[in-house]
Design a binder for this molecule. Structure first.
Ligand code: URA
Ligand code: CA
Length: 415
């Protein structure tokens, strides 16, 4: 191990087989944390070659179980994590309404970003800890399911991620790609769409880094015999109007019912659905099918079907309401909303949920580019609040004289 660390420190690539032995050895407890941490830091500083990423990814897949759906071809979606990003709760039903079988593995909130599992669990009764047999059965009979990774899928990733988190070795494109792809391959999907967020609210701050990660994700997925497409999407502002677990579940329901139309959230959902449908079928009619699934109400029906199957109480989704206690947050000054600090709003929303429960959080009133007066609200705090959080939410809206340039929503697509 010491030789491998020294080689990586000096910028050499380790053989695929060496990485496989190291990852397996670490999971068995045969390699000390100090040595693994030193190797990971060398990888972050020196970079990883393609064969090394293949070796790490393969070792992580082989560290646990893999789901097998037999003759059923399933699809999955992954987002690198955003704010006000409730796309999974909309895209999964839309994909199902387009006729695809969706077996989505989802995670919990990480840092300032929301987690699909937490949002689902805001619906009373819903279970997400599905064992492999139940997960397969739901996908086969209902066409869709969202499960937390309770099964023993890529356990090496869990162990490595915990160490990376503590040792500041998360930001390596190769390590991130192997972490994401290993979980998706182990989850059994035939075709995967990756949403790589780029901006002040994302892991990837620059277009260059985001595009490199997108390319690596698609390359690695192909190396394991599956199809994929990756979209780099803008995350310099919250995607939808709601931030908070239950508020985002409500927003997903209302979008699928056509009762609210947060423009960028809907556009992102249609783009991701269309990209995955096209990557899976090769027919090129994904956009039309995604639009029909939304307008016809078939997407809403699919969401209801999934939640019923996963234990939602009768009428639970219909009954969800934001906390009635609502406090407007006024603009710091008059002007245009030039920047919104997504990290700060994501963290404030998480604190508000901890304070006031799942139906607390933040609603954006003045999105990026909006002109506001000094008596206008930029946001609404939903649920119990305090002066410190109000000050932070207020300061998260940077207001300038000039109107900011509009940002595209999809920066690039990698197939
Ligand atoms: N998300 C993951 O699943 N893994 C990483 O390494 C980073 C983000
Ligand atoms: Ca999501």
């Amino acid at each position: 191990m010491r030789t491998a660390i020294a080689a990586k420190r000096d910028g050499q690539a380790l053989a695929e087989r060496v990485w496989a032995e190291i990852v397996a050895g670490y999971v068995r407890g045969d390699i000390a944390e100090a040595q693994m941490a030193a190797l990971l830091m060398s990888a972050v500083l020196r970079g990883l070659e393609r064969t090394e990423v293949v070796g790490i990814t393969r070792a992580m897949i082989e560290s646990g179980d893999t789901l097998d759906f037999g003759a059923l071809e399933t699809v999955d979606k992954h987002s690198t994590g955003g704010v006000g990003d409730t796309t999974s709760l909309i895209v999964v039903p839309l994909l199902s309404a387009c006729g695809l079988s969706v077996a989505k593995l989802a995670g919990r909130a990480l840092g300032h970003t929301g987690g699909t599992i937490d949002k689902l669990e805001a619906v009373p009764g819903v279970r997400t800890a599905l064992d492999a047999r139940t997960f397969r059965a739901h996908v086969a009979s209902h066409g869709l399911a969202i499960a937390s990774n309770e099964a023993n899928l890529a356990p090496a990733d869990r162990a490595l991620y915990a160490l990376r988190d503590r040792t500041a070795t998360v930001p390596s494109i190769g390590l991130i790609a192997s972490s994401i792809v290993s979980k998706k391959i182990a989850g059994g999907a035939t075709t995967i769409v990756y949403d790589v967020k780029c901006g002040n609210g994302a892991f990837m701050r620059t277009h260059d880094d985001a595009r490199q990660l997108a390319e690596m994700l698609v390359d690695m997925t192909g190396a394991f015999g599956r199809k994929s497409v990756a979209l780099v999407t803008e995350m310099d502002q919250p995607l939808g109007a709601s931030i908070g677990t239950g508020l985002e579940a409500i927003e997903a329901r209302d979008v699928l019912e056509g009762r609210t139309s947060p423009q960028r959230l809907i556009e992102a959902c249609l783009a991701l659905t269309a990209a995955l449908v096209d990557a899976h079928t090769g027919l090129g009619d994904g956009r039309a099918r995604a639009g029909r699934a939304l307008r016809s109400g078939d997407g809403r029906a699919a969401l209801g079907r999934m939640l019923d199957a996963q234990g939602a109480r009768v009428g639970a989704l219909e009954a969800l309401r934001p906390d009635a206690l609502q406090t407007p947050v006024l603009a710091i000054r008059a002007g245009h909303v030039a920047n919104i600090d997504c990290v700060e709003l994501g963290e404030c929303a998480r604190e508000l949920v901890a304070l006031g429960g799942p139906f607390a959080g933040i609603r954006i009133v003045a999105e990026r580019g909006t002109r506001v007066g000094d008596r206008d609200a930029v946001a609404t705090i939903v649920g119990q609040t305090n002066a410190a959080i109000e000050t932070r939410v207020r300061a998260a809206f940077d207001i300038r004289d000039e109107r900011p340039e509009e940002l595209p929503l999809v920066y690039s697509t990698t197939r």
